[in-house]
Design a protein around this ligand. Structure first.
Ligand SMILES: Cc1cc2nc3c(=O)[nH]c(=O)nc-3n(C[C@H](O)[C@H](O)[C@H](O)COP(=O)(O)O)c2cc1C
Length: 212
């Protein structure tokens, strides 16, 4: 069975462009995959706590199988989020560009799911740490919107785009290499230009729904 996990990263609700675009993809994808399951994870309007010292101490505890109960409790949220990620084949992240990166609620989700021993491992090779991804066979779609222009791979502001690169790198690090990005650009500029960019993104999303 196909299962999709939609992670909603925008702090905006009704007015969120990434939510609107993501719903277009999900509706088309669910129609193309009868019987498929959709799970939603809200991290934009209901941000989860940032990871702190208790998380770090518990996650990097030297004997994970013998973690004290209180440490297991400190990892409960992270465990639930990691289990959720393991349980879905397709990940769809709605991720507005915020200050050239992603909203902090979405970053907090990344910090909870990039977990040693659960989504990646470290192997010592002659004293040099080698990283090994633990997720396999998953794909991801990032649906983004930006106020400005030119943040795409060939754009004039590509070097300022730390949003797609952060998500691609973090997902690749845990084993999700197949990552597509669909973007609408220019929300803060002339409305006609943004509408044209959205229309192109909507076409791309409907087309991707048939292929993912
Ligand atoms: C706090 C904040 C920071 C932003 N930073 C950027 C930015 O660095 N570059 C950009 O092009 N747009 C930026 N924007 C504009 C958003 O990316 C744009 O409005 C996007 O469409 C929002 O997506 P949403 O409607 O799903 O929330 C920012 C908006 C906010 C509220």
């Amino acid at each position: 069975m196909s299962r999709v996990l939609a992670v909603h990263g925008s702090p905006r609700g009704e007015r969120s462009q990434t939510r609107r675009l993501t719903e277009i993809f999900l509706e088309a994808w669910l129609a193309a995959h009868p019987g498929a399951e959709l799970t939603r994870r809200e991290v934009g309007r209901a941000p989860m706590p940032h990871v702190g010292e208790p998380f770090v101490a518990a996650a990097f505890y030297p004997q994970p199988a013998a973690r004290p109960l209180y440490m297991q409790a400190d990892l409960a949220l992270s465990d639930a989020l990691v289990d959720e990620l393991h349980g879905h084949e397709l990940l769809v992240i709605s991720a507005p560009m915020y200050n050239f990166s992603i909203p902090s609620g979405l970053k907090a989700w990344i910090d909870h799911v990039v977990r040693i021993g659960r989504t990646f491992d470290v192997i010592q090779d002659n004293g040099v740490a080698q990283y090994q991804p633990l997720l396999h066979g998953k794909r991801a779609l990032i649906v983004t919107s930006r106020g400005g222009y030119g943040f795409g791979p060939d754009g004039a502001n590509a070097a300022f785009n730390h949003a797609d690169t952060l998500l691609r790198t973090a997902l690749g690090f845990i084993g999700i290499e197949d990552v597509r990005v669909v973007a609408a650009e220019g929300e803060e500029s002339d409305s006609q230009a943004y509408q044209a960019s959205c229309a192109a993104a909507e076409r791309e999303l409907r087309e991707l729904a048939m292929r993912l």
